[in-house]
Design a protein around this ligand. Structure first.
Ligand SMILES: [Zn+2]
Length: 92
């Protein structure tokens, strides 16, 4: 018995809902396949349509996913670089 996979979908072809933090893709039944960002981060790659039994396999790389709280780290690094720039300016 084949599993009821409808298709394999590249994550770039799916629509991201930033409010609900889910990716969705149109299902032939008229509803849509859904998979949450949290599931993708956990390594899940199966999107399910709630209205029928079809599933899709989501093709993605971890680095394709939106970053989570990474911005904070980058801001700290930028701040340090600015401190260094100030010191150089003072020395010159
Ligand atoms: Zn469906």
């Amino acid at each position: 018995m084949a599993e009821p996979f409808y298709d394999e979908i590249e994550i770039e072809d799916m629509t991201y809902d930033a409010t609900l933090q889910i990716y969705h893709y149109p299902c032939p039944c008229g509803d849509r396949f859904e998979i949450s960002l949290a599931d993708l981060r956990d390594g899940e790659d199966v999107g399910v349509c709630p209205s029928c039994s079809l599933m899709i396999r989501v093709v993605f790389e971890a680095e394709d996913l939106p970053k989570e709280k990474e911005e904070d780290k980058e801001e700290v690094v930028e701040g340090e670089q600015m401190e260094v720039a100030k010191e150089v300016a003072v020395a010159a």
